[in-house]
Design a protein around this ligand. Structure first.
Ligand SMILES: [Zn+2]
Length: 337
């Protein structure tokens, strides 16, 4: 098959499209990739921030068509989305539908080859049927971004209609997903963006207030918008650069939920502020398979929407990575083989 492979870590130039042999176990289904999402984690794996076995094929979000399934759960031609966190299928956590927390979990596109390719091999239990009214590009926008935002806001922070939610980096895939999920739950959304042209886009997908962090003092603006109380929930994925701003924007009994470390992973916390203000700092990540089913239903009903930034061909994977690293995108970057 043709795939965008890298044999050493480094800049976007290490991604090279070539013919390779797909590793596949005899009990795994074979999927023809129709669309795959580009994510921050792809950049971290490519640069070596996260260790990876080389050569490697990236691509955690995979939507495609079944070519063959030895388990006979799916038939050739079925449109499927891959739930990326493939658990052992035997432990207590897997049995409870929490394969994402299985100690032996192998993530598609991280621990095994992913969707920057013509085909992907994965056991049929990781496949979910795509509703007929969803395009492959839309389906491929869901797992990493929406499932992470859902895990953070709904499961970890337990948002409600009484909450004001500060979403950091509205233009990122996970940021625009978080805005929609917070609005779906009736929360008031304050979003930060890094440029003027992203202000209007953030409003369009539902943010009630948008702050250009390069022009305004985020903490001051959040305090003004919330009448001096601070945000009830801060959805954070920027890491070090934004951490203190995130903490200072957080109100009494506020929940800061973090899902990423784009600008650095070592941060400081003044624990006196934490206990005096009765605050919570919570971690979240790519959520469970039952939650992915729920998200697909919400997309099918039109209550959540993908916002596709740009679709690239597999041969343009380097360009797609450059765009993501420069934060020029708003929404989801997609690759099509
Ligand atoms: Zn397991």
């Amino acid at each position: 098959m043709k795939a965008a492979v890298f044999e050493r870590t480094g800049g976007p130039e290490v991604l090279a499209v070539k013919e390779v042999e797909l590793p596949r176990k005899s009990n795994e289904a074979l999927i023809r990739v129709e669309a795959t999402g580009v994510n921050r984690i792809d950049v971290w794996l490519r640069t070596g921030l996260y260790p990876v076995r080389l050569p490697h094929v990236l691509g955690v979000d995979v939507a495609g068509t079944v070519l063959e399934d030895p388990s006979e759960t799916f038939k050739a031609g079925d449109r499927v989305l891959v739930y990326p966190n493939v658990g052992c299928g035997r432990c207590e956590l897997c049995a409870a539908g929490e394969e994402n927390l299985c100690p032996r979990m192998e993530r598609v596109g991280q621990h095994r080859w992913g969707g920057y390719a013509e085909t992907v091999a994965v056991h049929s239990r990781a496949l979910i049927r795509i509703p007929d009214n969803l395009a492959f590009e839309e389906a491929a926008s869901i797992p990493v971004n929406f499932l992470t935002a859902w895990d953070a806001l709904v499961r970890a922070a337990r948002i409600s209609c009484n909450d004001s939610v500060l979403v950091v980096g509205a233009g990122s895939g996970v940021g625009y997903a978080a805005i929609q999920i917070a609005k779906l739950h009736g929360s008031k959304v304050i979003a930060t963006v890094g440029s003027d042209e992203k202000v209007e886009m953030a409003h369009r997908i539902g943010a009630d207030h948008v702050i250009n962090r390069k022009k305004s003092d985020v903490v001051k603006e959040v305090m003004e918008i919330t009448g001096g109380r601070g945000a009830d929930v801060v959805f954070e994925h920027a890491g070090k650069e934004f951490w203190q701003t995130a903490l200072k924007s957080l109100g009494l009994k506020g929940r800061l939920v973090t899902v990423g470390a784009t600008t650095g992973q070592e941060v400081g916390i003044d624990i006196r502020a934490l206990y005096n203000r009765r605050q919570y700092v919570i971690g979240a990540g790519v959520g469970s398979k039952p939650d992915l089913h729920r998200l697909l239903a919400l997309f099918s009903e039109g209550r959540l929407r993908a916002h596709i930034d740009r679709v690239y061909r597999l041969e343009e994977a380097r360009e797609a990575h450059r765009r993501m690293e420069a934060s020029e995108h708003f929404g989801k970057i997609i690759l099509r083989p």
